[in-house]
Design a protein around this ligand. Structure first.
Ligand code: OGA
Ligand code: MN
Length: 296
């Protein structure tokens, strides 16, 4: 088996979202395979692997071959209510007994924040590098995941806008993104844990040198700007960055694994029937440094 990576849509997006074949992620990868995956991520920002029947331990072992992991401290579920280990983000609608949660379940309502365009863990000082999402069980329809190419979005800004965003620093918090959907029921401890953090609005990818807009629904302010002006501007930029020509929509099949680089993409989940099971598991690589250290 030799690893091969091709653009999913060579006509309209030759450099965004690649499809990988010739690899079995359940076993230990060779150094050459690991290098090919990193190179594919640098080129495409999103990689899709099909038919990868992973256990959580296999997903963790594969993820660790790519770099150090972050832990799931962005989750609202109390440790004793968690279904999975702290190294795995539970992106499902299931409780710890494997039952679909109620429509008004607090964890579900918090998780609906994933329907808004975001970049994983931008609300942490040290945000995420790659996210690896494995589909174990999916609903009959709906529940796609969409990805936006933030390199292409940056490149498409006019020169005035590029100058304006160049040195801006945004404030990111899960309190903002959830608040946008009217979810306000945070405990005092959660408010402290998720106090706003600073992230650059434009960051440079350390391997490719390309610049990206670093946006997320978690961004609720721009340092030195009045809040309404900042939020209106962030909305404009998000609208620009998520135009259809920058977006790849992934239609899941069971045992797909999709990996994305949070430094150069935003993503969002799409709606699905909340009475159907959707069981997805996410492992996440840490960026190891803040975006503040990846200046343009
Ligand atoms: C995530 C996420 C989207 C989805 O796992 O980080 O945002 O479609 N998932 O579940
Ligand atoms: Mn996410």
């Amino acid at each position: 088996m030799t690893i091969d990576i091709k653009p999913i849509d060579p006509v309209s997006r030759a450099f965004f979202a690649g499809e990988v074949s010739g690899i079995d992620l359940t076993r230990r990868l060779s150094d050459a395979e690991v290098a090919a995956i990193h190179a594919g991520m640098d080129r495409f920002g999103v990689l899709v692997f099909h038919d990868q029947h992973l256990t959580d331990d296999q997903q963790l072992a594969f993820s660790r071959q790519l770099g150090p992991l972050e832990t799931a401290t962005g989750d609202i579920a109390a440790p004793e209510e968690r279904r999975l280990s702290m190294d795995v983000n539970d992106i499902s609608n299931l409780d710890k007994h494997g039952k679909v949660v109620a429509r008004d379940d607090r964890r579900r309502l918090f998780g609906l924040g994933n329907l808004l365009w975001h970049s994983d863990s931008s609300f942490k000082d040290v945000p995420a590098k790659y996210s690896l999402l494995s589909a174990r069980q999916i609903p009959a329809t709906g529940g796609n995941t969409e990805f936006a190419d933030m390199r292409a979005a940056y490149d498409a800004l006019d020169e005035v806008a590029k100058r304006e965003v160049h040195d801006l620093v945004c404030l990111h918090s899960q309190i903002y993104s959830r608040g946008m959907l009217g979810f306000e029921e945070f405990t005092e401890a959660e408010r402290q844990k998720w106090a706003p953090v600073r992230q650059r609005l434009v960051r440079r990818h350390p391997a490719t040198g390309r610049l990206s807009l670093y946006l997320a629904s978690h961004a609720g302010g721009i340092e030195g700007w009045p809040v309404p002006e900042a939020r209106a501007f962030l909305r404009d930029l998000t609208e620009h960055a998520t135009q259809r020509q920058f977006v790849y929509a992934h239609v899941w099949k069971p045992f797909d694994l999709v990996m994305w680089d949070n430094r150069v993409t935003m993503h969002r989940a799409r709606r699905y029937d909340p009475t159907e099971v959707r069981d997805m598991r996410r492992t996440t690589l840490t960026n190891e440094v803040s975006s503040l250290e990846q200046a343009p």
